[in-house]
Structure formats: structure tokens, C-alpha cells
Ligand binder design. Structure first.
Ligand SMILES: NC(=O)c1ccc[n+]([C@@H]2O[C@H](COP(=O)([O-])OP(=O)(O)OC[C@H]3O[C@@H](n4cnc5c(N)ncnc54)[C@H](O)[C@@H]3O)[C@@H](O)[C@H]2O)c1
Length: 416
């Protein structure tokens, strides 16, 4: 089959490679010129995708980068994996999906299946995506073209095989649902078809906000446990020894990334529209949002034991990516922590070998992790626990360390 995958980011690129590996011909649409140039050179910028696989698939003619969907020939299936962001009022911003639809409208012919993989709110496929596409293309949803929703569930940084993760699908109508199910069965081992697109849309938000809310719960409890001098990570490990009815979550310096914080607003948007905004989600956002400042206050306290004021202290932050094993620093708590440290008068440097370029911020300078940087710092703050960091260098530096992830098991290390 001929497939266009719109958006070659954390979701679209691994997806396109999986589809091409299953034997389909993939037109990989990527509008960012730097990313497109990289794909054209068969150079992957996503840790989960091997450049050698891109080269092999490219040479076999099964992976074909293009700037946008309108540059691809008419395809059997179009997948949309573009970002879903927030407006300044924290409501869903679907403009990248809208652009993708306009591009697809210039290429699609009757009979095509259009599947949205981006995270959206329940009802978006039926009430926004399909009507907009009908207007742009003059093709009718359900008769000329078919629409389905299939959320992406990959978890960058985790060693999971994409094709092994059960794939949730649902169409706008029964025929579209069957088409989507049959297509994904050529790629994924388990395809879970549900009764309506709204179920799949809601399920994706439930999965992610479940995680967000549980992180808020342990974040809140961890603060009190700290005040009571009870090691909270041990509490969680103890509870996790129960083989049923409990799932461990871990406290940390805040929740970042492109997905969890924004998904909360997507869900709350639809709940508020239905007249029932969630009090629990609002509380979770408040608690998780308080963690960067709490981290800085903990550091201030830890430093005060060596009579070092935070004002004027040099702080080396380890980790800019929002979580271990990824280069993605979108909405990372490291930014809020650095801003707060600078506000408190500290001099901040950040070391993260996964992040290639100095970000556009005046709060800190991205440095290499060296013995000199460790020794020159008054405190080291472990924010992201990448596995491939030389932690012996950090531990042997003699510098005060505050570990936000429970990664360093040494008596002299302070825990968040
Ligand atoms: N990152 C994750 O772990 C993850 C997991 C599950 C779901 N999601 C969801 O998947 C969607 C995509 O997320 P992502 O992390 O892959 O985003 P991303 O920003 O990494 O990638 C999206 C890509 O789409 C490109 N793009 C935007 N509009 C385009 C257009 N019209 N034509 C061609 N290319 C276009 C952008 O340049 C970008 O490279 C979002 O809705 C996100 O919430 C993400």
C-alpha cells in the first residue's frame, strides 16, 4: 500500500519506519527543513530510530521523505502525527492538524483512509477534523473518504518495540473502523478496536492523565514524608511489594514533555465544555507545578547546612531533557528550576549530553560534564537521570548533591 505519514517527529518517524518495514511504501512528510534534510541524508534524530534502518528502507524505495503531504502521490492511507499544542489560553491548538488536512486534501482521492494519531480531545475527529477536511477537499467523510483515530502509545526512552504495543483503533463509522483495523494489523501484533472514535480519543487522555494525577499524588505525599523524615521512595517500594491493586509512581522535580502537561488541558477543555471541569486535574496541576520551586527550596536548605547561601552559589544542574533516555527538552522542569535558581541569585550551568544545542535562554549555559565543572560548583542538582552519565565523577567531586530522582545511592547524597 502507499502510505503518507505527516510529521516525522517522536511519533511519526518511528511509525513511518515500522510501516515501511512491514512492506508498505511510505511518503514521510516533514515540513521542518532541518529535519527534512536530515531524513533525506538518512540521518535519524530520534534515539529509537536507527539511521541504518532509514538507509536500508530508503534504498529499497520504501521510505521517501517529502516536504508535505501535497507533494506525495495519492495514497491509500494518510496518517497524521503532527503536534497538538495549547493556545495562550491553554485550550487545544489544532493548527498543525489543520495544515496537514489542507495538504492531504490536495493529494487524496476517493477511497482514502485518513487516520489521526496525534493526541486530541474526545469529539475532535467527528466535529473538527472530518468537517474541515470535507470543506477543504469536497470529499464526503464516510462515503468518499474514511476517518479513524488511533492514538500513539509509544514511550520514548523506554525499551519497548513499537509493533508490540497494542494499537487502539476506531473509525468514525463501522466501515472506516474496519479499514483502520485491517491496515494496522499489517504492522502491529495486537490491534484493539473500540466502538467509536470518541472512546479511543478519551482513552488516550485517560491513560496520560492517570499518570499525571498519580505523579501529583506521590509528589504531594513526598513533601510531607520529607518533613516527617520518612524515606518516601522506600515507602513506594514497600507498597509496590503488594502484587495487585497498586502501581508505583515516583516523585520528582516536576512533570514535563510535550504530552502529559498538555493532555491535562485537552481533557479539562472537553470536561469544562460539558460543564464539569475536573477539580482533581486542577489540584494535580497545582501540585506538579509546585515541584520546581520546592526543588529549589530543598536545595537552599541543603546548601545552608554548609553555610552557603543560594544567592551567589554556582549550581550545576544534571539533565535538561524532560526524562531519562531522550533528547526532548520540551517543557522540561529543568527550565523552571533554572529560572527559579537564577531568580534566587544563583549562577546556573546545565550538563546534558543528550541535548545538542544551547537553548534560547539566558538562565544558564549548557556545559560538558567534567571534573572541573563538578568541583567548581557549590551544588549539583540531579534533575534527569540519564543512564549514560559518569556518576562516579559526580560522586567523587566532593560537591553537595541533591538528587531529585533517587538515582544516587550514597549516604552523602541528599534526596528530594
Ligand atoms: N512524543 C511522544 O512521546 C508522544 C507519545 C504519544 C503521542 N504523542 C502525540 O503525537 C503527536 C506528535 O507528537 P511528537 O512528539 O511526534 O511531535 P514532534 O514535534 O516531535 O513531531 C511533529 C513533527 O511534525 C512536523 N509537522 C508539523 N506540521 C506538519 C505538516 N503540515 N507537514 C509535515 N510535517 C509537519 C513538525 O515539523 C515536527 O517535526 C502529538 O499530538 C503528541 O501529543 C506524542
Amino acid at each position: 500500500m502507499l502510505i503518507t505519514v505527516v510529521g516525522q517527529g517522536y511519533v511519526g518517524l518511528p511509525g513511518a519506519v515500522a510501516i515501511a518495514s512491514a512492506g508498505h511504501i511510505v511518503y514521510a512528510a516533514e515540513s521542518d527543513p532541518v529535519r527534512l534534510a536530515s531524513l533525506t541524508r538518512c540521518h535519524s534524530y530520534i534515539a529509537e530510530v536507527d539511521s541504518e534502518d532509514l538507509r536500508r528502507l530508503s534504498e529499497a524505495g520504501r521510505y521517501r521523505p517529502v516536504h508535505d503531504a501535497s507533494r506525495a502521490p495519492s495514497c491509500d492511507v494518510y496518517l497524521i502525527a503532527t503536534p497538538t499544542t495549547l493556545t495562550p489560553h491553554r485550550t487545544p491548538d489544532l493548527r498543525h492538524i489543520d495544515t496537514a488536512l489542507a495538504d492531504i486534501a490536495r493529494s487524496a482521492r476517493p477511497g482514502a483512509l485518513i487516520v489521526l494519531e496525534s493526541t486530541i480531545y474526545p469529539g475532535a475527529l467527528r466535529h473538527h477534523v472530518a468537517p474541515l477536511f470535507e470543506k477543504l477537499s469536497r470529499l464526503r467523510a464516510g462515503t468518499d473518504v474514511h476517518f479513524a483515530y488511533s492514538p500513539e502509545r509509544l514511550d520514548p526512552g523506554r525499551d519497548t518495540v513499537l509493533e508490540e504495543v497494542p494499537k487502539l483503533v476506531s473509525g468514525l463509522d463501522a466501515c472506516s473502523g474496519r479499514m483502520a483495523r485491517d491496515f494496522y494489523r499489517t504492522i502491529f501484533r495486537h490491534v484493539v478496536e473500540v466502538s467509536g472514535a470518541e472512546v479511543a480519543e478519551f482513552a488516550k487522555l485517560l491513560e496520560n492523565t492517570f499518570r499525571y494525577v498519580n505523579i501529583a499524588y506521590v509528589n504531594e505525599l513526598s513533601k510531607t514524608a520529607k518533613a516527617m523524615n520518612i524515606p518516601f521512595r522506600e515507602v513506594v517500594a514497600a507498597a509496590a511489594s503488594k502484587p495487585f491493586g497498586f502501581m508505583p509512581f515516583h516523585h520528582g522535580p516536576g512533570v514535563g514533555g510535550h504530552c502529559l502537561p498538555s493532555n491535562l488541558h485537552y481533557l479539562n477543555y472537553v470536561l469544562a465544555t460539558a460543564g464539569a471541569p475536573s477539580e482533581l486535574l486542577a489540584a494535580a496541576e497545582r501540585i506538579n507545578g509546585s515541584m520546581p520551586d520546592y526543588t529549589v527550596e530543598r536545595l537552599r536548605l541543603v546548601l545552608s547546612r554548609t553555610r552557603t547561601p543560594l544567592r551567589g552559589a554556582r549550581v550545576l544542574v544534571l539533565g535538561l531533557a524532560f526524562k531519562a533516555g531522550v533528547a526532548d527538552d520540551r517543557d522540561s522542569p529543568a527550565y523552571a528550576i533554572s529560572d527559579s535558581l537564577v531568580h534566587a541569585g544563583a549562577d546556573v550551568r546545565v550538563a546534558d549530553a543528550w541535548v545538542a544545542r544551547q537553548p534560547a535562554t539566558d538562565s544558564f549555559r549548557l556545559v560538558e560534564l567534567t571534573a572541573e565543572e563538578c568541583a567548581a560548583a557549590d551544588a549539583i542538582l540531579l534533575v534527569t537521570d540519564h543512564r549514560d552519565v559518569d556518576y562516579d565523577l559526580v560522586l567523587n567531586s566532593g560537591t553537595v548533591i541533591l538528587d531529585c530522582r533517587g538515582h544516587l545511592d550514597a549516604q552523602e547524597v541528599e534526596q528530594l
